[in-house]
Design a protein around this ligand. Structure first.
Ligand code: ARG
Length: 577
């Protein structure tokens, strides 16, 4: 039984409102004494010609509200508060989780619908910095969240693999390129010659000419230039893919800007045909005054296309090949205007798919008292951030293992540190609304008692160890028949069950708002509620074996929910630590 639906049905019955509408309005109250679900009566005031407070109080007396699973219904101000029967609720939620395991929260509401998630999209030959990590982590998480809800998800990496900079790189490589260095550390080598090009260019205008010619040859498909470009692209991708693999990130395709550049002509002729191109300072643009944004440049004065033209081509390509229901772009807030221009251009050209495109922006990444040893300059590479986090985690868990005389081998400790260290970084990116800036600080992110991945993973590992210990004593959670689960009605137990019950809704909300933090908040709520229970009640103590078994079932459910939730964020749990 779904309690939320059951409450909604009751409300719909006594108010005559549509079930769907009630379901949308139903809230989870912020405080325990306000019950488990609350229905706000404001919107009934108009039709019932009464104050919401009065309506709530009248409705609370309705006989139709009695049910075995409802312990009471109370009016509080304009709200109708529902208190469910704890035992019945616990039995429902915990047995649901135990039967589904880590599939808990899965649904098929997205079945038959396609969502394109475009994320990561780094630039070839450029370092993969912490800003690209933001899109990578958010996009990876959103992809998993949509998948959990049954959507067909297409993960796209719109590589920055096109543009005049490749003409410069070709010129620079021919002059100063070091093949061996390129093999060893491609991005560093490409960056080195790129920087050198800009320095030398100041005194040598021929370099500029050569770069322009090389770019033209590349565009025209000349073999040598294309093969150099291909080499830069392939080698950069090897580096990016190492990072993706480390984080468990995958893509369905890497069609970058170069792929869509070939289709830019079609965009130009389509816009011409529709009479949407106007001249402005020699360039061809689409006027977007009616959308309240500056014109979208399609062709520069020298007749070449730009970034935006390629984005328009990409949307048309995606629409034709994927028939998407949603096409989301996980790209930093500074590009908000760019996307508005691109989407508005398509809208003006009459494409319905324009309304299905959405820019999912995010804030900036900052660091507090953190120094990175390997490189200088202002940019922090994701790899450095991950390595440092893993190294610091390793020291922490190693010290802890020694203090406890644990028998974990060094190899095991390193494996745990890799997962927890990565988790700590990932969690920092997804723990708050994506538009907020992020501030990294070791103390905060590696705090095993804070709102962190180490805290979640530790809670999971410790709970697993309780379950192992219990199994050794012959107590198994699966022996908790569903009637035993009604024993989970103490304050702490019930709070924990309620936190568990919030996860599916949080997943749905995370998808509808493209905010993974909804999931991280729900998972952290489960861990917090569980730890309160753990600290106040002895799970394996006492001699009420039935209670013990029921509590172990709760432990098992908490593990499943934490594992399922952290997976959606891109974080892995460990069995012991
Ligand atoms: N490569 C770009 C950058 O690093 C991001 C690409 C965003 N995606 C897009 N379809 N324009 O800034």
């Amino acid at each position: 039984m779904d309690f939320r639906c059951a409450v909604a049905e009751k409300v719909s019955e006594i108010t005559g409102l549509e079930l769907e509408q009630v379901n949308r309005l139903l809230e989870i109250p912020p405080q325990e004494d306000m019950g488990d679900f609350a229905f706000p009566c404001f919107m009934l005031a108009k039709t019932m010609h009464k104050a919401p407070n009065m309506i709530a109080s009248e409705l609370s007396g309705s006989e139709k509200l009695s049910a075995s699973w409802l312990s009471k219904v109370e009016a509080k101000g304009p709200y109708l508060n529902f208190f469910v029967d704890r035992g019945a609720f616990s039995k429902e939620i915990v047995s649901d989780i135990l039967s589904k395991g880590t599939e808990y929260g899965k649904s098929d509401e997205g079945a038959g619908k396609t969502v394109i998630v475009e994320f990561s999209s780094p630039n070839i030959a450029k370092p993969f910095h912490v800003g690209h990590a933001f899109t990578t982590i958010l996009g990876h998480s959103l992809s998993r969240i949509y998948e959990k809800l049954g959507y067909n998800v297409v993960r796209m990496n719109h590589l920055g693999d096109y543009g005049t900079q490749f003409g410069k790189l070709i010129t620079a490589y021919r002059l100063w390129g070091d093949e061996e260095a390129l093999e060893k550390d491609p991005i560093t080598e490409l960056l080195r010659i790129y920087v050198k090009f800009h320095e030398e260019e100041k005194n040598d205008p021929e370099l500029t000419t050569s770069a322009r010619e090389n770019f033209k040859r590349l565009e025209d498909g000349c073999e040598e230039e294309v093969s150099l470009w291909q080499k830069f692209r392939d080698m950069s991708l090897i580096v990016f893919e190492q990072l993706y693999k480390r984080m468990g990130v995958t893509f369905d395709n890497y069609n970058g800007e170069s792929y869509y550049a070939k289709m830019a002509d079609q965009v130009v002729s389509m816009l011409k045909e529709k009479n949407l191109l106007v001249e402005s300072d020699g360039a061809q643009v689409v006027d977007l005054e009616e959308f309240g944004v500056p014109p979208c440049i399609i062709l520069k004065s020298d007749g070449t296309t730009i970034y935006g033209t390629r984005d328009i081509a990409a949307i048309l390509y995606r629409d034709e090949n994927y028939h998407f229901d949603k096409n989301i772009y996980v790209v930093g807030i500074p590009q908000a205007l760019h996307f508005k221009q691109v989407f508005s251009t398509l809208k003006k050209a009459g494409y319905e798919c324009a309304d299905k495109c959405e820019h999912v922006g995010f804030g900036l990444v900052k660091f507090q008292n953190m120094k990175f040893s390997t490189r200088d300059g202002n940019i922090v590479l994701l790899e450095e951030l991950l390595d440092e986090s893993v190294a610091k985690t390793y020291e922490l868990i190693k010290a802890n293992a020694e203090a406890r005389n644990s028998d974990l081998s060094d190899e095991e400790l390193r494996d745990i540190a890799e997962k927890v260290g990565l988790g700590a970084v990932i969690y920092t990116y997804v723990k708050a609304g994506r538009e907020r800036d992020i501030v990294f600080s070791w103390d905060t992110m590696l705090d095993f008692e804070g709102d962190t991945a180490p805290y979640l993973i530790y809670t999971y590992a410790r709970t697993r160890s309780i379950l192992r210990k219990a199994a050794d004593q012959g107590f198994l959670p699966e022996k908790a028949g569903s009637d035993l689960l009604t024993k989970l009605d103490g304050d702490e137990e019930f709070a924990c069950v309620k936190a568990l019950g919030d996860l599916p809704e949080a997943i749905r909300k995370a998808a509808s708002s493209n905010e993974p933090f909804m999931v991280s908040r729900a998972v952290s709520g489960i861990a917090r509620a569980f730890n309160r229970f753990y600290n106040n009640c002895s799970i394996l103590g006492g001699d009420d074996n039935e209670k013990k078994t029921a509590r172990l079932a709760l432990c098992e459910a908490v593990c499943d929910a934490i594992e399922a939730g952290t997976y959606l964020l891109g974080i892995s749990v460990v069995e012991q630590m």
